[in-house]
Design a binder for this molecule. Structure first.
Ligand code: FES
Length: 130
């Protein structure tokens, strides 16, 4: 088992195109509505970490979306924005991959992996505010 999601029958799913930080195509995969980008990445062996398993406590699932797709998503919540602030290589169209849930309108989305991730919160260390 990888990400615990089901792969659609070839030719029936929504398409997601993964690119690396330099814009090189990594792979195109087919997925179902309701799958998150993080689950999809794990299922298809894309190098997206997701250290906190979608509990909004890390920024290692950071991905960069095309603006036209970014605009189709619900606004990020405060928790997501807090984590995004810590993401390395943050852009105006960055999201946390575990919060991007596939739907029909997102068919053919291009998901770009950031240049690097910063793992400082991965092993349980919590940021202190004072
Ligand atoms: S996996 Fe940690 S916030 Fe998405």
């Amino acid at each position: 088992m990888h990400g615990g999601i089901n792969r659609p029958e070839p030719g029936t799913g929504l398409k997601v195109h993964f690119k690396d930080s330099k814009g090189n195509h990594i792979k195109t995969v087919e997925v179902n509505e309701g799958d998150s980008i993080l689950e999809i990445a794990h299922e298809y062996d894309i190098d997206l970490e997701g250290a906190c398993e979608a509990s909004l406590a890390c920024s290692t699932c950071h991905v960069i979306l095309p603006p036209e797709y970014y605009d189709l998503l619900p606004e990020p919540g405060d928790d997501e924005n807090d984590m995004l602030d810590m993401a390395f290589g943050l852009t105006d169209t960055s999201r946390l991959g575990c919060q991007v849930i596939m739907k029909k309108e997102l068919d053919d989305i291009i998901v770009t992996l950031p240049a690097a991730t910063r793992n400082m919160y991965v092993d349980g260390a919590k940021p202190t505010t004072h």
